[in-house]
Design a binder for this molecule. Structure first.
Ligand code: NAD
Ligand code: UDP
Length: 320
């Protein structure tokens, strides 16, 4: 008998790739999404498949799924800084009320649940690289606090269900992940820079560009999540690529990749933008036998090809 899995945030970037992976592995997949930042285009190809069902539902409202469930992947949440600044209350609600609904559902169905946490729970980190036992440095009342604190609450609630109800839980601390199906206008640095290069605009580096990030290609991320779900490990695990780069150097790489002569301009750094970020993945290596395989050079080529194939209308459409 095929295992049955519920994936929230299914029409989003990571959720849609996870749906693909679990369908490929022979699971019956139920995708759930309210499309607040997602797009049906990401899962259009799955809709005709016998093993895929889609529920258009806001998980901050009571969540009901008929029949048995073996697993839940909770990926619903705005994920880009400009999204969660635009919809701060929905972001807090999906990470708090939403996770309660899913933990309750997991308990009712006796299903194992994995929640998508984030490197943002480390805030602007004072420990580098970030290990899972670092408690973080988060400004709870700053503009990014709506996301960071919702995710921290989500982790606490998940551990409470694990300890108190004996629920089988998994926590993935995901570091910046990229690839095809990111939304061109979601404001994250990779779609932002590629979009600017394709439109012939200057690349906007926030601050002086000395802040760092470490970018993980989506296929590596999905493999890490897949292994974590099937593992027996309930403490948080960092999943990301430790290959760190400054944003300024990254802008130069984009100019080379896109073969354009765009200028780089510096604009003010958003409040609480973390200055450095790099996952320590020792735990993922030891527990899951996992490490990223795709270099930034290869992953960015695939990602650039995806964005190059967007229509002119999509490329010039502005959301904000
Ligand atoms: P995304 O915006 O592409 O996907 C999120 C999806 O969740 C969207 O389809 C959106 O419509 C849906 N959603 C939001 N609120 C909902 C609600 N109340 N009910 C139902 N659906 C809802 O973002 P993503 O990059 O795919 O991120 C997915 C998850 O992974 C998020 O939980 C995010 O916090 C986490 N994450 C992502 C990254 C990354 O680099 N991509 C890093 C850390 C954590
Ligand atoms: N960034 C930038 N220019 C942009 C968009 C983002 O310089 O047009 C910077 C941003 O300030 C941050 C880094 O790129 O330091 C990564 O931003 P992103 O929003 O992708 O992810 P996060 O800050 O959540 O890691």
């Amino acid at each position: 008998m095929s295992k049955r899995i519920l994936i929230t945030g299914a029409a989003g970037f990571l959720g849609s790739h996870l749906c693909d992976r679990f369908i490929k592995e022979g699971y019956k997949v139920i995708g759930m999404d309210n499309l607040i930042t997602g797009d049906m285009k990401n899962i259009e190809h799955l809709l005709k498949m016998e093993n895929f069902e889609f529920y258009h539902h806001d998980i901050t409202k009571y969540v009901h799924v008929a029949g048995e469930l073996d697993y839940i992947l909770h990926f619903a949440s705005p994920a880009s800084p400009i999204d969660y600044l635009k919809i701060p209350i929905q972001t807090l609600k999906v990470g708090s009320v939403g996770v309660l609904h899913l933990l309750g559902l997991a308990k009712e169905k006796n299903a194992r649940i994995l929640i998508a946490s984030t490197s943002e729970i480390y805030g602007d980190p004072l420990v580098h690289p970030q290990t899972e036992d670092y408690y973080g440095n988060v400004n709870s009342i700053g503009p990014r606090g709506v996301y960071d604190e919702a995710k921290r609450f989500q982790e606490s609630m998940t551990m409470a269900y694990h300890r108190f109800h004996g629920l089988e839980t998994r926590i993935a601390r995901i570091f910046n992940t990229y690839g095809p199906r990111m939304r061109l206008n979601d404001g994250r640095v990779i779609p932002a820079f590629i979009g600017q290069a394709l439109r012939g605009e200057d690349l906007t580096v926030f601050g002086d560009g000395s802040q760092t990030r470490s970018f993980c290609y989506v296929d590596d991320q999905v493999e890490g999540i897949f292994r974590l779900l099937l593992s027996d490990y309930s403490d948080p695990v960092n999943i990301g690529n430790p290959d760190e780069i400054t944003i300024r150097e990254f802008a130069d790489e984009i100019i080379k990749l896109t073969n354009t002569n765009q200028k780089i301009i510096c604009v003010p750094l958003p409040e609480d933008d973390p200055m450095q970020r790099q996952p320590d993945i020792t735990r993922a290596r030891e527990i899951l036998g996992w490490e990223p395989k795709v270099s930034r050079e290869d992953g960015m080529k695939i990602t650039y090809d995806y964005f190059k194939n967007l229509t002119k209308e999509e490329l010039f459409k502005s959301e904000h």
